[in-house]
Write a protein that binds this ligand. Structure first.
Ligand SMILES: *[C@@H]1O[C@H](CO)[C@@H](O)[C@H](O)[C@H]1NC(C)=O
Ligand SMILES: *[C@@H]1O[C@H](CO)[C@@H](O)[C@H](O)[C@H]1NC(C)=O
Ligand SMILES: *[C@@H]1O[C@H](CO)[C@@H](O)[C@H](O)[C@H]1NC(C)=O
Length: 265
C-alpha cells in the first residue's frame, strides 16, 4: 500500500515537473534561446540573409529597454518586414539602457501606446545611412514616424570627421558607436533617447505670431488676429530642463515660471 502510494506520488510529481519544464521552455524558448546561445559571433553577416535588428541589439547588450519597446510596439517586426520585402534600407538609432534611465522618471509611462510607437519610429530612418552619408544629409531628415505626413517628426543631423550629432529640438545626442552597418541596415548606439517635439511639446494651434503691440489697435483689428496669442516660445526653451512627463503640467509650470520671473523685476 505504502509502496504503491509513493510510486504513484513519484509518478505524479515527475509528470508535474515535466509539465513545468515543458511550459517553461515553450514559453521562453523563442526569446531566450538566441540571447543565451553563445554561438560563435557571425562577424561577417551572411551575404543575403536579412539582418535582424533584435539579434543585433541582443548581441551588443545593454539595450533591454529598447528591445522591449521595439517588441511591444511591433516596430521591430515592421523593420524586419520592410527589410525583407523591399530595397528600402533602414537606420536605427539605438538608445542604451542608461539613456533610458536618464529620462525623467515616468516619461515612458506617461506615453500612450500610439505615442510609444511614434517614439520608436522616430528612432528609425527609412533609409540606410553610413557615417559618411550623414555628412551630406539635408535637414530635417525624415523619420519613420513622419512617414504619413512629411515634415512631421523631423530630426536634424550634423556630421563631421566621423562624429555625428543629432538634434530633435528638445534633445541633443551623439552617435557613440556603430553596432551594425551593412547593405540595408545601419544600427547606431546613441547616448540619449531622442524625444520628439511632436510628442513632448504639444503643438501650438497656429505658429506663434510676434507679440501683439499693446497700443497698435487703431483700425478695427480682425477678430481672428486678436484672439489670444499663445506664448509658446519660452516654454520650448525651458521644457528640456523642467520635465517632460505631464504635458499639461509642463505648460503651466513653464508658464508660471515665466510669469514669476517677470513679476520679480
Ligand atoms: C557636435 O556637438 C558637439 C557638442 O555640442 C560640438 O562640439 C561638435 O562640434 C559637434 N559636431 C558636429 C559635427 O556638429
Ligand atoms: C533643423 O534644420 C532645419 C534646416 O536647417 C532648421 O530650419 C531647423 O530649425 C532645425 N531644427 C532643429 C531642431 O535644429
Ligand atoms: C542643442 O545644441 C544647440 C546647438 O549647439 C543649442 O543651441 C541647444 O541649446 C541645445 N539644446 C539642448 C536641449 O541642449
Amino acid at each position: 500500500m505504502h509502496a504503491k502510494m509513493t510510486k504513484l506520488q513519484a509518478v505524479f510529481s515527475l509528470s508535474l515537473v515535466f509539465l513545468c519544464l515543458c511550459s517553461k521552455t515553450l514559453g521562453q524558448a523563442p526569446v531566450q534561446a538566441p540571447a543565451q546561445a553563445p554561438s560563435k559571433p557571425a562577424d561577417t553577416p551572411a551575404p543575403r540573409g536579412t539582418p535582424d535588428v533584435t539579434k543585433i541589439l541582443q548581441k551588443a547588450g545593454g539595450f533591454t529597454i529598447l528591445l522591449r519597446l521595439l517588441r511591444t510596439t511591433a516596430v521591430a517586426d515592421q523593420i524586419k518586414g520592410q527589410l525583407d520585402n523591399s530595397d528600402t534600407g533602414f537606420t536605427l538609432f539605438a538608445p542604451t539602457d542608461s539613456a533610458f534611465s536618464n529620462l525623467k522618471s515616468g516619461t515612458l509611462n506617461s506615453l500612450s501606446n500610439e505615442e510609444k510607437i511614434r517614439l520608436m519610429q522616430f528612432h528609425t530612418l527609412p533609409k540606410f545611412y553610413s557615417l559618411e552619408n550623414f555628412e551630406t544629409v539635408t535637414n530635417p531628415v525624415r523619420t519613420q514616424a513622419g512617414d504619413t505626413k512629411p515634415g512631421d517628426y523631423p530630426l536634424n543631423l550634423t556630421a563631421a570627421g566621423g562624429q555625428v550629432n543629432i538634434s530633435t529640438g528638445l534633445v541633443n545626442a551623439t552617435v557613440s558607436g556603430t553596432l551594425f552597418s551593412a547593405k540595408q541596415l545601419a544600427v547606431y548606439r546613441v547616448d540619449k533617447v531622442l524625444l520628439p517635439l511632436d510628442i513632448f511639446v504639444p503643438k501650438p494651434p497656429a505658429p506663434a505670431p510676434a507679440p501683439v503691440k499693446p497700443k497698435a489697435k487703431k483700425a478695427a483689428a480682425s477678430p481672428k488676429s486678436s484672439s489670444s496669442t499663445t506664448t509658446t516660445p519660452p516654454l520650448v526653451v525651458d521644457s528640456g530642463a523642467v520635465g517632460l512627463t505631464e504635458h499639461g503640467m509642463l505648460v503651466s509650470v513653464g508658464f508660471s515660471v515665466f510669469i514669476a520671473a517677470f513679476s520679480l523685476r
